[in-house]
Design a protein around this ligand. Structure first.
Ligand SMILES: Cc1ncc(COP(=O)(O)O)c(C=O)c1O
Length: 388
């Protein structure tokens, strides 16, 4: 019999895989479901991005292996995006490298830097891949609480209390999935100071920095002086430019980390196809009008859910950025799983139970706004008819 390794057997299957099976079953039985669960964009990328892909895929010389560090034009486009968006100057040769999306960077960083027994600080609630990647590399994920009393923001004291000589990495994720919370530059500076003092790597996983709604513009950790001594930022085109299926992202910052990730990627994946790089380059070089219009559209969607939550949730925050609303469930429900199961089977609306993001997600749900306004309105009607 062929058995999985112990480390893999200890890992829970991805929630959305099982959910997909459940929804397929409901569909087979004639029940249609509106999905407000997974954060997969419902809209296409900008038309110029599709055009860039189409014109490039026709060429004869774009089908071979691409260099691990990606073409110069792509890295220069990332540098110019960081300059325009964050006023951060990056060296395209040594401080930027492409990824097959953020998730790939999350997993590979652990493979590079974690030895068995090393400790990795991960947010609770938090994106589950940090914990998975830590365990996959033989490390020990140490959850730190995002502070519910403080809108699920970072609480520095809680982080400081968890630092040990084995702390190797600290994961932060702002704008945050699942809570929608954010971070300011002073807190980023304090975290960078901690990382310098205790010599660990700090990573801001930031795929939602350009999906924001009001006046607040989410910052980059690389804006903090000295951040590059201890930090990298992972970003991607998945959410910002609706290119989740294209698998293209970037890691920026600490030069030695960039060097290491290129070495491991040269052994593992050989990077992505040139037409995808050219499409991504077009997206990053575009003026920001498309983003402003898209963000307005996402804000309208957010506001429909805000109105719904006002009627049922004892606590929720109005997110300033990202794809999600994070809300406490009414106390008549025993658990977030019960709420989501009933919403799915009785209202035909699929939501995500907060517990899959860690123990602090218990009694919370995450609602994603990746559906057209009309569909979100129908979902809200169904949810209200089921429970209000
Ligand atoms: C916080 C966070 N990081 C990373 C990812 C993965 O994004 P990508 O498509 O860039 O791999 C997601 C996707 O939902 C996410 O929410």
């Amino acid at each position: 019999m062929i058995t999985q390794s112990k480390k893999i057997s200890a890992i829970q299957p991805y929630f959305f895989l099982n959910l997909q099976n459940k929804i397929d079953n409901l569909n087979r039985n004639g029940k249609e479901v509106i999905r407000l669960d997974i954060g997969s964009p419902d809209l296409p990328p900008p038309a110029s991005v599709i055009d860039a892909f189409q014109s490039n895929i026709q060429k004869n010389d774009v089908h071979g292996y691409t260099s691990t560090k990606g073409p110069d034009v792509f890295r220069r486009a990332v540098a110019s995006y960081y300059q325009k968006r964050f006023n951060v100057t990056l060296n395209p040769e040594s401080e930027i490298t492409p990824l097959l999306g953020s998730k790939e960077g999350i997993v590979n960083l652990h493979q590079i830097f974690i030895d068995p027994g090393d400790e990795i600080l991960v947010p609770n609630p938090g994106y589950p891949s940090y914990e998975f990647a830590a365990m996959y590399a033989g490390g020990i994920p140490i959850p730190y609480d995002l502070d519910p009393q403080n809108g699920f923001q970072i609480n520095l004291n809680r982080i400081m209390a968890l630092i040990t000589p084995r702390t190797k990495m600290l994961w932060i994720n702002f704008p945050n999935n699942p809570t929608g919370s954010n971070i300011d530059l002073d807190t980023l500076q304090a975290l960078v100071n901690l990382a310098i003092k205790h010599q660990f790597l700090i990573i801001n996983d930031a795929p939602y920095t350009d999906v924001y709604f009001d006046t607040f513009m989410p910052p980059s950790i690389l804006s903090v002086p000295n951040a590059r001594e201890v930090a990298v930022e992972i970003n991607s085109l998945s959410k910002t430019y609706h290119m989740a299926g294209w698998r293209i992202g970037m890691m920026c910052g600490h030069e030695d980390v960039i060097k290491s990730i290129r070495i491991i990627k040269s052994k593992v994946d050989n990077s992505t196809a040139l037409p995808i790089f050219h499409a991504a380059t077009t997206a990053l070089n575009m003026d920001r009008t498309w983003l402003f219009e898209r963000n307005q559209l996402m804000k309208n969607r957010r506001d429909i859910i805000v109105e719904y939550l006002k009627g049922i949730s004892p606590y929720f925050a109005i997110p300033q950025a990202g794809y999600y609303l994070w809300a406490k469930i009414p106390s008549v429900f025993n658990s977030d799983f019960e709420f989501c199961e009933k919403a799915l089977t009785q209202a035909g609306v699929s939501l995500t139970p907060g517990s899959i993001y860690g123990s602090n997600g218990k009694h919370f749900i995450r609602i994603c706004i990746c559906q057209p306004e009309e569909t979100i309105n129908i979902a809200v009607k169904r949810l209200k008819a089921w429970y209000s």
